[in-house]
Design a binder for this molecule. Structure first.
Ligand code: GRF
Length: 216
């Protein structure tokens, strides 16, 4: 008997990772069900993608709240109404309070466009180019209180080409994001992925510090 894993996705932007996730749930045997998509921006294109797919959406404007804690408390209430087993950050451009992160400990995933621990924060493609890196990529990780710092689940590594610009690099990294994020979410939904005391566990084995590595 297959058990469905309800997921709530949080985003602020175009939602191409949401789209990849939606597409991956259409295979028939997917244990993932996207219960709702929530954005802090009512005009996020990702909400339109969700509506097009018949998924429930909510918008919660952070500017209507006095401070991060108040917004995060309202966000928790909104999310928990859908009773998700997993919360997926897909371009959610908000720093989350410690209380929020603790509330979803072990069931909150994020994707970041760099090979963490390199280039936490913004402008990752530009920074990789400026550093002269020969490799770049993206990372899925469990979210902890340290920004972009939680245990890694999976990384996709791509070579940096001689004539790459931040845009060309971003484009190739995005292709990889769309592969590894649905994969990690599926692992979680199948009960194969968990957050252990010493890092991320896949099939009950502690993953390496870099997470599962995929090279292209
Ligand atoms: C991605 O690059 C992801 O790594 C980062 O935010 C971006 C979201 O892109 N966290 P999209 O909205 O899914 O296209």
């Amino acid at each position: 008997m297959s058990v469905t894993c309800d997921v709530v996705v949080l985003l602020s932007g175009t939602g191409s990772n949401l789209q990849a996730l939606i597409d991956s749930t259409r295979t028939g045997d997917s244990p993932v069900r996207i219960a709702a998509v929530i954005s802090n921006r009512a005009d996020a294109y990702g909400l339109q993608r969700a509506r097009d797919a018949g998924i429930d959406t909510r918008a919660l404007d952070h500017k209507a709240f006095e401070g991060r804690e108040a917004f995060d408390a309202a966000l928790i209430e909104l999310i928990d109404a859908f009773n998700p087993k997993l919360v997926v950050l897909a371009g959610f451009m908000r720093i989350l309070s410690a209380g929020f992160v603790r509330h979803y400990q072990g069931r909150l995933l994020n994707i970041h466009p760099s090979l963490l621990p390199k280039y936490k924060g913004l402008h990752t493609h530009q920074r990789a180019l400026e550093a002269g890196d020969t490799e770049h990529g993206c990372s899925v990780h469990f979210v902890t209180e340290e920004l972009d710092g939680g245990p890694l689940v999976v990384q996709a590594v791509i070579p940096v080409e001689l004539h790459d610009s931040p845009q060309s690099l971003a484009q190739r990294v995005h292709v990889q994001e769309h592969l590894i994020y649905p994969m990690a979410v599926r692992w979680f939904a199948e009960g194969r992925l968990a957050l252990g005391e010493h890092g991320a566990l896949l099939d009950e084995k502690l993953l390496a510090a870099s997470g599962h590595l995929i090279r292209t």
